[in-house]
Design a protein around this ligand. Structure first.
Ligand code: SF4
Length: 448
């Protein structure tokens, strides 16, 4: 989601005549889009911003800004700890970042021309207010040449109150974009050659639940999937992340009826223990989660399910932890992001009794990862010798001499071939080996 928001801001700067650079030493404005999910991410962003202050010595006009979740949650207090910071812009104000930066830069340049000795620093700008309709402003893209896949933000915010999570404070309440707006965006992407869209929301399956009606027993999210499915040129549809709440049979049935929906869901479980789920304020039980997984696998037999799991939540016993391990084995997740519980300020879990030692969290983290990896490797091994249908996305991230793509199940496949021939194509690859989470093979028939 942050990546998508960053793209929107970057697009506004290119439209405004600026050039993007990842080299901070030549930049006139340095913006950091921040994440608050873990404390570590916040500390890293603050440390990075502090270090980058040195560029002021050679370029006094340079503008420094924080955007996103940490900007939203910490607001103006960030100015006190980082004296060179000019701008703090929250999650509902991305569309204003360009005007703020451009305004400050112009002001500084004008002052410099009048008298170079003048102090270059004006008022700090902090804008973290809520803004009605801000979800509709994340809609433009900076598509690269031969871009195959794109993220599409369909909603913002979350109405849940998981006891460990800071997101409802940083992203606000659920707000969804109208279906026609999203479909228009997807059509524009398809016109530029994009063949796969990944629909984004904190809880995508709750898309539009307070704004748009059910039609013929179908939720607004399933209606959206059907509308996107009709866009010519789009071959694959993914979404991230659904929640067990509101995951109803119409969405299960969509996987049987809409072939462009990929055979993969990332379905956060968080814990296999009902006691811990209750403390987490996750409003479902383990059995409900399992029932949805079973229905989904029945609806789409080749479905891969990945998940998020927190280990070491306050008071988690060995028995609770074992319930998470047992669920991983039972569902046979294709992969799992395992997080050691970390306190987030102003969340109920941070104040709970029974906080666990880091050593216990780390040990459980390693034990669970070992189980996750064993299952993932076995699943990848079972792909060796098969022919997989992939969408070729371009050069391999780690080896530009090779190409890479993904299977419908979101498995990465690397192979040798010509980008001009295979880039952006749905094609077959004969898998001949695997290493951990990557499959390797020989290119085969181009399907489309
Ligand atoms: S569902 Fe829970 S974990 Fe997910 S964003 Fe909302 S509050 Fe956070």
């Amino acid at each position: 989601m942050n990546e998508r928001d960053t793209e929107q801001v970057a697009r506004m700067f290119t439209e405004g005549g600026y050039t993007l650079t990842t080299d901070e030493s030549v930049a006139d404005a340095i913006l950091v889009n921040t994440c608050s999910v873990r404390d570590q991410a916040e500390q890293k962003a603050i440390g990075k911003m502090r270090n980058m202050g040195t560029h002021r010595r050679t370029k006094p006009h340079v503008v420094y800004g924080f955007m996103g979740c940490m900007a939203q949650s910490r607001g103006a207090e960030l100015f006190a700890s980082i004296p060179h910071l000019d701008l703090v812009v929250g999650t509902q104000k991305y569309h204003k970042v360009f005007d703020y930066v451009d305004g400050i830069l112009k002001q500084r340049m004008e002052r410099r021309m009048d008298d170079p000795s003048l102090a270059m620093y004006g008022e700090n700008v902090c804008d973290v207010e809520e803004e009605a309709g801000s979800q509709n402003t994340i809609r433009d893209h900076l598509t690269k040449e031969k871009q195959v896949s794109a993220f599409v933000s369909i909603m913002q915010g979350c109405n849940m109150r998981c006891s460990f999570c800071i997101v409802p404070d940083t992203r606000g309440r659920e707000r969804s974009r109208p279906i026609p707006h999203i479909v228009e965006e997807v059509k524009r992407l398809a016109d530029k050659g994009v063949r796969e869209v990944n629909l984004l929301g904190q809880i995508v399956n709750l898309y539009g639940r307070t704004e748009f009606p059910h039609v013929n027993g179908k939720s607004p999210f399933v209606q959206l999937l059907e509308a996107v499915h009709q866009v010519d040129g789009i071959e694959r549809i993914r979404f991230i992340s659904p929640h067990p709440i509101g995951y109803r049979d119409d969405l299960v049935a969509a996987f049987a009826e809409l072939p462009k929906l990929c055979s993969h869901i990332h379905f956060p479980m968080q814990s296999g223990s009902d006691r811990i789920l209750k403390l987490m304020r996750r409003p479902y039980k383990h059995e409900k989660f399992m029932e949805i997984c079973r229905k989904m696998k029945a609806s789409r037999p080749d479905l891969a399910i990945t998940t998020d799991i927190i280990v070491g939540f306050p008071t988690e016993t060995e028995e609770d932890f074992q319930a998470s391990i047992d669920t991983v084995k039972e569902v046979e997740f294709s992969n799992a992001f395992v997080f050691r519980y970390s306190k987030r300020r102003n969340t109920p879990a941070a104040e709970m009794e029974g906080q666990l030692d880091e050593s216990v969290k780390e040990e459980r983290n390693q034990r669970l990862l070992a189980v996750v990896n064993e299952i993932a490797i076995a699943q990848n091994q079972s792909c060796v010798g098969t022919v997989q249908k992939i969408l070729c996305e371009g050069y391999s991230r780690y080896n530009e001499a090779r190409l890479s793509g993904r299977t419908s199940q979101n498995r990465i496949v690397v192979f040798e071939g010509d980008l001009a021939k295979y880039g952006g194509r749905l094609m077959e690859v004969k898998i001949d080996s695997q290493s951990g989470f990557t499959l390797y093979g020989e290119p085969g028939v181009i399907i489309s």
